[in-house]
Ligand binder design. Structure first.
Ligand code: URA
Length: 435
């Protein structure tokens, strides 16, 4: 086989065989295929697409390009949850404790933020002492004893995806259905859980801007997961405005804690209950998703979800007192407010701009190597549909660098639209696929 023939074949719109896909992935990971040929193939794929069979084969080749995790030492049905990424998405920090409190073991790997989206690993690292790297045995033991563990992606899992994703990022080939689906699902399958709940974000702050595309991506991923013998369900959820009100690492952890105390914003609360309810069902602890929802509602109401979060933080070396004392989180020294210039109703809050604005405060990184300010970010005081009066605060900005906070405010100002007419808040959960 040779790479020129493979590129030529895809350029002509023909399907690649299992052998050709595997040969490419193995050769690329081994360093035998240079970036310029891999880039040419990615661009050919971008324009010609991958059919389902090619997408399955690419997923499998990437899944087995490095280590896979064996979760069999953990008893019970392990259920994973994955979000395609968004702004203010702290769902894992609420969903995992709730599902775990209902008896579902959670052994999860999460990522860091890049660009305008955040990542759970960065958020957890805002908890003083919290360790996101655990030795494999420690990880398994913690799930068996505490019921949940969340760690960063290890270097040895799906190295093909790591390398290809970095290349896609700089060759404008990220936004392709087959490439996104195989990238996400190769990691989920390698991570070893028995069932997977996907939160496919839809809107201006997500990869998929409209519902039609989000459904197409979700259906593809559900099919890949089920084909691989993992029961997979996807929810299409709103990302036209930020989820919840907090955007930025420690701010989002605090909002997750507040949500587990029953005092969180309505959208994050409803989404977390629904997704964790599905996880409880897939984990065999409830007879239906509706029964699962009732169980997670009870775990929220009686504090078992919060207690689980506390135990999880402590088990991973974090200071569990953060749950009661938010002053223990990293501190900001600069604070400013965006003020409404007119009366009316909030008709739009562009999630992407709020994500960029949060990045400007210092909360996000522009390159993989950049360091971040864990205290920085934005608190969105008014959401779409809210009535607002001139002079009221639309959002509060936090950080440690006045110039950065000023830049963040300038960006966020463009994100808000206030209209004269009342506006219905957008539908939070648009569709569920695979139940
Ligand atoms: N997230 C991933 O892990 N991969 C993609 O291709 C897109 C989003």
């Amino acid at each position: 086989m040779n790479m020129i023939d493979i590129i030529q074949k895809k350029k002509e719109g023909k399907s690649l065989s299992r052998e050709e896909i595997k040969w490419f992935i193995d050769g690329y990971v081994a360093g035998d295929i240079p970036d310029y040929q891999a880039s040419a193939l990615l661009m050919a794929i971008y324009f010609r697409g991958l059919n389902k069979e090619e997408t399955f084969q690419l997923t499998e080749a990437m899944r087995y390009s490095g280590d896979t995790i064996d979760l069999s030492p953990i008893s019970g049905i392990k259920v994973d949850k994955h979000s395609t990424g968004g702004v203010g998405d702290k769902t894992t920090l609420v969903v995992a404790p709730l599902a775990s409190a209902c008896g579902v073991p959670i052994a999860k790997m999460s990522g860091r933020g890049l660009g305008f989206t955040g990542g759970t690993v960065d958020k957890m690292e805002s908890i003083p002492g919290f360790r996101t790297a655990l030795a494999p045995q420690e990880f398994l033991d913690q799930v068996n004893h505490v019921g949940m563990a969340v760690i960063g992606q290890t270097a040895h899992i799906t190295p093909a995806d790591k390398k290809l994703y970095a290349l896609r990022d700089v060759t404008a080939t990220v936004d392709n259905f087959g490439l996104i689906a195989s990238s996400i699902m190769s990691k989920k399958l390698a991570a070893g859980s028995d069932a997977i709940v996907l939160d496919v974000k839809c809107g201006d702050g997500a990869f998929m801007e409209n519902k039609e595309d989000a459904v197409k991506l979700a259906e593809l991923m559900v099919e890949i997961g089920n084909n691989a013998g993992r029961k997979t369900v996807a929810a299409i959820t709103e990302m036209g405005q930020p989820l919840g009100k907090a955007v930025g690492n420690s701010l989002e952890v605090i909002e997750a804690i507040e949500t587990l105390k029953g005092k969180g914003p309505d959208d994050i609360t409803q989404l977390a209950l629904r997704l964790s309810g599905i996880m409880v069902y897939l984990g065999g602890k409830a007879s239906s998703p509706e029964a699962g929802l009732k169980m997670t509602e009870a775990a929220l109401a009686d504090g078992r979800g919060l207690a689980k979060l506390r135990a999880f933080i402590e088990a991973q070396g974090g200071n569990p007192q953060v749950v009661d004392d938010y002053n223990l989180f990293p501190e900001h020294s600069v604070e400013d407010r965006l003020i409404a210039q007119s009366d009316g109703y909030v008709s739009k809050i562009e999630a992407r701009r709020i994500g960029l604005s949060s990045q400007h405060t210092g909360a996000g990184r522009a390159t993989k190597e950049a360091s971040i300010d864990l205290s920085a970010g934005i608190y969105v005081c008014k959401k779409v549909g809210d009535k607002v009066e001139k002079g009221e605060t639309l959002a509060i900005f936090y950080g440690n660098d006045k110039a950065k906070v000023d830049a963040a405010m300038a960006e966020a100002q463009k994100a808000f639209e206030i209209g004269a007419e009342p506006v219905e808040p957008p539908e939070l959960i648009k569709e569920i696929i695979g139940l």
